[in-house]
Design a protein around this ligand. Structure first.
Ligand code: ZN
Length: 177
């Protein structure tokens, strides 16, 4: 009986919104399950994380979710490293290596905001290299189309996806004319 009484009635799972702005600290807790959470969001100003309470009889289900969530958080960290490395490797003469890295990063996710940041950071390089601009425009348009075939966008109505896609592609062409 004593053992039975010790079993917690409920647990909490930590949810972070996994995207390019989520800080590493929050990502590191994504999926975490605890009886008595040590990390209670908000962890910092603008933190969008939350705790989800669930009954202990559903523990197994949430543990499976946790595995998937931890994997996603790790993939996002890997994606950032690849993107960063691609940006650092970008130059006017040979963009093949950078393009390969961009491609690997885009397998995980692709963010227009990061393209905007890239274009601001590499303005001079792009001004001098119309060929590079053209190559990247083509590549990023392709990535932007690929983006919406990711599982997480499946619940979004196709009409809305089409609007996003059209707007996004227009923006990429503006950024890399
Ligand atoms: Zn957070």
């Amino acid at each position: 009986m004593a053992l039975f009484e010790q079993r917690p009635e409920k647990y909490f799972q930590f949810y972070a919104q996994v995207h390019f702005l989520t800080c590493e600290e929050c990502l590191s807790h994504h999926g975490e399950i605890s009886e008595d959470p040590q990390h209670k969001p908000p962890l910092h100003p603008d933190c969008r994380c939350h705790l989800l309470e669930f009954p202990s009889k559903q523990l197994e289900y949430y543990q499976e979710q946790a595995e998937r969530m931890k994997l996603r958080a790790q993939q996002e960290l890997m994606r950032r490293r690849l993107w960063r490395e691609a940006v650092e490797n970008l130059n006017g003469s040979d963009s093949a290596h950078a393009e390969a890295l961009f491609r690997q990063a885009a397998q995980v996710e692709f963010y227009l905001e990061e393209v905007e940041q890239l274009c601001a950071e590499k303005r001079e390089l792009f001004e001098k290299n119309p060929d590079l601009r053209a190559r990247l425009q083509k590549l990023f348009v392709k990535f932007y189309r690929m983006k919406f075939s990711l599982d997480k966008y499946r619940p979004i109505p196709p009409k809305l996806v089409l609007v996003w896609e059209t707007e996004g592609i227009k923006r990429i062409k503006e950024l890399l004319p």
